[in-house]
Ligand binder design. Sequence first.
Ligand code: ADP
Ligand code: MG
Length: 257
Amino acid sequence: MSTPATTPAPASAQALQGISVATRDVHLSFGRNRVLRGIDLDVPAATTACVIGPSGSGKSTLLRVVNRLLEPDRGDVLLDGRSVLADDPDLLRQRVGMVFQQFNLFPHKTVRANITLGLTKLKGLSKDEADELALTHLERVGLAHKADVRPGNLSGGQQQRVAIARALAMEPQVMLFDEATSALDPELVKGVLATMADLASGGMTMLVVTHEMGFARSVADQVLFMDQGLVVESGPPAQVFDDPGTDRLRRFLSQVL
Ligand code: ADP
Ligand code: MG
Protein backbone atom coordinates (compact mmCIF):
# COMPACT_ATOMS: atom_id res chain seq x y z
CA MET A 1 0.00 0.00 0.00
CA SER A 2 1.78 3.12 -1.18
CA THR A 3 -0.93 5.75 -1.51
CA PRO A 4 0.31 8.76 0.47
CA ALA A 5 -2.17 10.30 2.85
CA THR A 6 -2.07 13.48 0.79
CA THR A 7 -3.55 11.92 -2.37
CA PRO A 8 -6.57 14.01 -3.34
CA ALA A 9 -9.88 12.25 -2.75
CA PRO A 10 -11.32 10.74 -5.93
CA ALA A 11 -14.34 12.57 -7.29
CA SER A 12 -16.71 9.83 -6.20
CA ALA A 13 -15.60 10.13 -2.60
CA GLN A 14 -15.82 13.90 -2.51
CA ALA A 15 -19.35 13.94 -3.82
CA LEU A 16 -21.25 12.05 -1.16
CA GLN A 17 -24.57 13.51 -2.19
CA GLY A 18 -27.59 12.27 -0.33
CA ILE A 19 -31.00 11.33 -1.67
CA SER A 20 -34.35 11.79 0.03
CA VAL A 21 -35.58 9.30 2.63
CA ALA A 22 -39.14 8.96 3.85
CA THR A 23 -41.39 6.65 5.82
CA ARG A 24 -45.13 6.21 5.38
CA ASP A 25 -47.34 5.03 8.23
CA VAL A 26 -44.69 2.70 9.67
CA HIS A 27 -45.96 0.37 12.39
CA LEU A 28 -43.94 -2.15 14.35
CA SER A 29 -44.70 -4.19 17.47
CA PHE A 30 -42.52 -6.42 19.59
CA GLY A 31 -45.13 -8.88 20.81
CA ARG A 32 -47.81 -6.74 22.39
CA ASN A 33 -45.54 -3.73 22.71
CA ARG A 34 -46.56 -1.32 19.95
CA VAL A 35 -43.26 0.48 19.48
CA LEU A 36 -43.94 2.38 16.25
CA ARG A 37 -47.54 3.45 15.76
CA GLY A 38 -47.65 5.14 12.39
CA ILE A 39 -44.48 7.07 11.62
CA ASP A 40 -44.40 9.46 8.69
CA LEU A 41 -41.25 11.35 8.01
CA ASP A 42 -39.76 13.16 5.05
CA VAL A 43 -36.10 14.02 4.90
CA PRO A 44 -35.40 15.83 1.62
CA ALA A 45 -32.13 15.12 -0.19
CA ALA A 46 -29.06 16.74 1.36
CA THR A 47 -30.86 17.80 4.53
CA THR A 48 -30.52 16.71 8.15
CA ALA A 49 -33.35 15.63 10.41
CA CYS A 50 -32.72 15.17 14.12
CA VAL A 51 -34.95 12.86 16.13
CA ILE A 52 -35.29 13.63 19.83
CA GLY A 53 -37.43 12.03 22.49
CA PRO A 54 -37.41 10.07 25.73
CA SER A 55 -35.80 6.68 26.14
CA GLY A 56 -38.08 3.91 24.88
CA SER A 57 -40.02 6.14 22.48
CA GLY A 58 -38.98 4.06 19.45
CA LYS A 59 -36.14 6.14 17.98
CA SER A 60 -33.66 3.29 17.52
CA THR A 61 -36.38 1.01 16.21
CA LEU A 62 -37.29 3.63 13.62
CA LEU A 63 -33.69 3.87 12.37
CA ARG A 64 -33.49 0.08 12.22
CA VAL A 65 -36.60 -0.02 10.06
CA VAL A 66 -35.14 2.60 7.73
CA ASN A 67 -32.03 0.53 7.04
CA ARG A 68 -33.91 -2.78 7.10
CA LEU A 69 -32.39 -4.30 10.21
CA LEU A 70 -36.08 -4.65 11.11
CA GLU A 71 -39.11 -5.16 8.90
CA PRO A 72 -42.14 -3.01 9.70
CA ASP A 73 -45.48 -4.73 10.28
CA ARG A 74 -47.09 -2.14 8.09
CA GLY A 75 -46.07 0.93 6.11
CA ASP A 76 -43.34 1.82 3.70
CA VAL A 77 -39.78 3.14 3.49
CA LEU A 78 -38.93 5.29 0.48
CA LEU A 79 -35.55 6.28 -0.90
CA ASP A 80 -35.64 8.95 -3.56
CA GLY A 81 -39.40 8.43 -3.63
CA ARG A 82 -39.21 4.71 -4.35
CA SER A 83 -40.26 1.94 -1.96
CA VAL A 84 -37.29 -0.16 -0.87
CA LEU A 85 -39.06 -2.78 1.22
CA ALA A 86 -38.90 -5.30 -1.62
CA ASP A 87 -35.17 -4.69 -2.20
CA ASP A 88 -32.39 -6.95 -0.95
CA PRO A 89 -31.66 -5.75 2.63
CA ASP A 90 -27.92 -6.26 2.19
CA LEU A 91 -27.83 -4.00 -0.86
CA LEU A 92 -30.07 -1.50 0.89
CA ARG A 93 -27.63 -1.30 3.79
CA GLN A 94 -24.89 -0.31 1.37
CA ARG A 95 -27.00 2.69 0.39
CA VAL A 96 -28.02 3.57 3.94
CA GLY A 97 -25.07 3.77 6.31
CA MET A 98 -25.55 3.58 10.07
CA VAL A 99 -23.41 4.63 13.00
CA PHE A 100 -24.24 3.29 16.45
CA GLN A 101 -23.58 4.40 20.00
CA GLN A 102 -21.16 1.49 20.36
CA PHE A 103 -18.73 1.78 17.50
CA ASN A 104 -18.72 -1.96 16.69
CA LEU A 105 -15.16 -1.92 15.33
CA PHE A 106 -13.25 -5.21 15.13
CA PRO A 107 -10.68 -4.87 17.95
CA HIS A 108 -8.12 -7.26 16.47
CA LYS A 109 -8.05 -5.57 13.04
CA THR A 110 -6.29 -2.34 12.13
CA VAL A 111 -8.30 0.78 11.47
CA ARG A 112 -7.60 0.35 7.76
CA ALA A 113 -8.72 -3.29 7.77
CA ASN A 114 -11.92 -2.37 9.61
CA ILE A 115 -12.79 -0.16 6.65
CA THR A 116 -11.53 -2.29 3.75
CA LEU A 117 -13.34 -5.44 4.94
CA GLY A 118 -16.77 -4.33 3.74
CA LEU A 119 -15.32 -2.87 0.57
CA THR A 120 -13.69 -6.11 -0.55
CA LYS A 121 -16.36 -8.47 0.81
CA LEU A 122 -19.55 -6.56 -0.02
CA LYS A 123 -18.51 -4.24 -2.82
CA GLY A 124 -16.04 -6.55 -4.52
CA LEU A 125 -13.24 -3.97 -4.64
CA SER A 126 -9.63 -5.08 -5.06
CA LYS A 127 -7.38 -4.72 -2.04
CA ASP A 128 -5.65 -1.67 -3.55
CA GLU A 129 -8.91 0.03 -4.44
CA ALA A 130 -10.25 -0.65 -0.96
CA ASP A 131 -7.07 0.71 0.64
CA GLU A 132 -7.26 3.90 -1.36
CA LEU A 133 -10.90 4.46 -0.50
CA ALA A 134 -10.24 3.70 3.17
CA LEU A 135 -7.50 6.33 3.30
CA THR A 136 -9.66 8.85 1.49
CA HIS A 137 -12.36 8.54 4.10
CA LEU A 138 -9.96 8.38 7.02
CA GLU A 139 -8.59 11.66 5.75
CA ARG A 140 -12.09 13.07 5.65
CA VAL A 141 -12.45 12.40 9.38
CA GLY A 142 -8.87 13.49 10.10
CA LEU A 143 -7.47 10.06 10.94
CA ALA A 144 -5.41 8.94 7.94
CA HIS A 145 -2.35 8.86 10.21
CA LYS A 146 -4.03 6.19 12.36
CA ALA A 147 -4.67 3.73 9.51
CA ASP A 148 -2.34 1.07 10.86
CA VAL A 149 -3.18 1.10 14.55
CA ARG A 150 -5.78 -1.01 16.27
CA PRO A 151 -8.98 0.60 17.58
CA GLY A 152 -7.95 -0.02 21.19
CA ASN A 153 -5.14 2.51 20.74
CA LEU A 154 -7.56 5.28 19.81
CA SER A 155 -9.76 7.46 21.97
CA GLY A 156 -13.50 6.79 21.90
CA GLY A 157 -14.01 9.86 19.75
CA GLN A 158 -11.41 8.68 17.26
CA GLN A 159 -12.98 5.22 17.21
CA GLN A 160 -16.34 6.72 16.43
CA ARG A 161 -14.82 8.78 13.62
CA VAL A 162 -13.36 5.54 12.23
CA ALA A 163 -16.84 4.02 12.38
CA ILE A 164 -18.14 7.04 10.45
CA ALA A 165 -15.33 6.68 7.88
CA ARG A 166 -16.19 2.99 7.54
CA ALA A 167 -19.81 3.82 6.81
CA LEU A 168 -18.85 6.59 4.37
CA ALA A 169 -16.45 4.33 2.47
CA MET A 170 -19.47 2.34 1.31
CA GLU A 171 -20.57 5.58 -0.39
CA PRO A 172 -24.04 5.66 1.13
CA GLN A 173 -26.84 7.91 -0.06
CA VAL A 174 -28.28 8.36 3.42
CA MET A 175 -26.59 8.26 6.83
CA LEU A 176 -28.29 7.25 10.06
CA PHE A 177 -26.76 8.08 13.45
CA ASP A 178 -28.11 6.48 16.62
CA GLU A 179 -26.83 8.43 19.64
CA ALA A 180 -23.38 8.41 18.07
CA THR A 181 -21.87 10.51 20.86
CA SER A 182 -23.69 9.09 23.90
CA ALA A 183 -20.93 6.66 24.86
CA LEU A 184 -18.16 9.27 24.63
CA ASP A 185 -16.44 11.20 27.37
CA PRO A 186 -17.67 14.79 27.20
CA GLU A 187 -14.40 16.20 25.87
CA LEU A 188 -14.56 13.83 22.87
CA VAL A 189 -18.10 14.66 21.80
CA LYS A 190 -17.23 17.86 19.97
CA GLY A 191 -14.92 16.26 17.41
CA VAL A 192 -17.51 13.68 16.41
CA LEU A 193 -20.25 16.29 16.15
CA ALA A 194 -17.96 18.42 14.00
CA THR A 195 -17.41 15.47 11.67
CA MET A 196 -21.17 14.98 11.45
CA ALA A 197 -21.77 18.68 10.80
CA ASP A 198 -19.17 18.60 7.99
CA LEU A 199 -20.94 15.69 6.42
CA ALA A 200 -24.27 17.49 6.62
CA SER A 201 -22.92 20.65 5.03
CA GLY A 202 -21.30 18.55 2.30
CA GLY A 203 -24.70 17.43 1.07
CA MET A 204 -25.32 14.10 2.78
CA THR A 205 -28.88 13.24 3.82
CA MET A 206 -28.84 12.50 7.54
CA LEU A 207 -31.31 11.12 10.05
CA VAL A 208 -29.78 11.66 13.46
CA VAL A 209 -31.07 10.41 16.81
CA THR A 210 -29.36 12.60 19.38
CA HIS A 211 -29.48 14.07 22.85
CA GLU A 212 -27.19 16.88 21.70
CA MET A 213 -29.72 19.68 21.52
CA GLY A 214 -27.06 22.20 20.49
CA PHE A 215 -26.21 20.08 17.47
CA ALA A 216 -29.90 19.66 16.60
CA ARG A 217 -30.46 23.38 16.85
CA SER A 218 -27.48 24.39 14.74
CA VAL A 219 -27.29 21.59 12.15
CA ALA A 220 -30.78 20.16 11.69
CA ASP A 221 -33.12 21.39 8.98
CA GLN A 222 -35.96 19.77 10.91
CA VAL A 223 -36.36 18.30 14.38
CA LEU A 224 -38.80 15.48 15.12
CA PHE A 225 -39.95 14.83 18.67
CA MET A 226 -40.97 11.21 19.23
CA ASP A 227 -42.91 9.89 22.18
CA GLN A 228 -44.55 6.48 22.61
CA GLY A 229 -44.09 5.43 19.01
CA LEU A 230 -45.39 8.59 17.40
CA VAL A 231 -43.88 11.77 15.98
CA VAL A 232 -45.63 14.18 18.31
CA GLU A 233 -44.18 17.38 16.84
CA SER A 234 -41.83 18.31 14.05
CA GLY A 235 -40.56 21.47 12.46
CA PRO A 236 -37.55 23.74 12.11
CA PRO A 237 -35.33 23.73 15.21
CA ALA A 238 -36.30 27.24 16.27
CA GLN A 239 -39.97 26.26 16.32
CA VAL A 240 -39.51 22.95 18.13
CA PHE A 241 -37.11 24.31 20.75
CA ASP A 242 -38.47 27.80 21.29
CA ASP A 243 -42.16 27.33 20.70
CA PRO A 244 -43.16 23.76 21.61
CA GLY A 245 -46.80 23.08 20.91
CA THR A 246 -47.46 20.25 23.37
CA ASP A 247 -46.98 19.66 27.08
CA ARG A 248 -45.12 16.46 26.30
CA LEU A 249 -42.43 18.28 24.34
CA ARG A 250 -42.29 21.11 26.88
CA ARG A 251 -41.73 18.58 29.65
CA PHE A 252 -39.07 16.73 27.66
CA LEU A 253 -37.19 19.92 26.85
CA SER A 254 -37.27 21.06 30.45
CA GLN A 255 -35.51 17.81 31.37
CA VAL A 256 -32.80 17.91 28.71
CA LEU A 257 -32.03 21.60 28.20
P1 ADP B 1 -35.37 4.48 22.00
O1 ADP B 1 -34.30 4.28 21.01
O2 ADP B 1 -36.24 5.66 21.72
O3 ADP B 1 -34.88 4.49 23.41
P2 ADP B 1 -36.16 1.81 21.22
O4 ADP B 1 -36.56 1.90 19.80
O5 ADP B 1 -34.82 1.25 21.52
O6 ADP B 1 -36.36 3.22 21.91
O7 ADP B 1 -37.21 0.93 22.02
C1 ADP B 1 -38.60 1.18 21.98
C2 ADP B 1 -39.32 0.06 22.71
O8 ADP B 1 -39.14 -1.15 22.00
C3 ADP B 1 -38.85 -0.19 24.13
O9 ADP B 1 -39.98 -0.49 24.90
C4 ADP B 1 -37.95 -1.40 23.97
O10 ADP B 1 -37.94 -2.16 25.14
C5 ADP B 1 -38.61 -2.16 22.84
N1 ADP B 1 -37.67 -2.95 22.04
C6 ADP B 1 -36.63 -2.45 21.30
N2 ADP B 1 -35.98 -3.42 20.67
C7 ADP B 1 -36.58 -4.59 21.00
C8 ADP B 1 -36.40 -5.96 20.66
N3 ADP B 1 -35.42 -6.33 19.82
N4 ADP B 1 -37.22 -6.88 21.21
C9 ADP B 1 -38.23 -6.50 22.03
N5 ADP B 1 -38.48 -5.23 22.39
C10 ADP B 1 -37.68 -4.28 21.90
MG1 MG C 1 -32.24 4.19 21.25
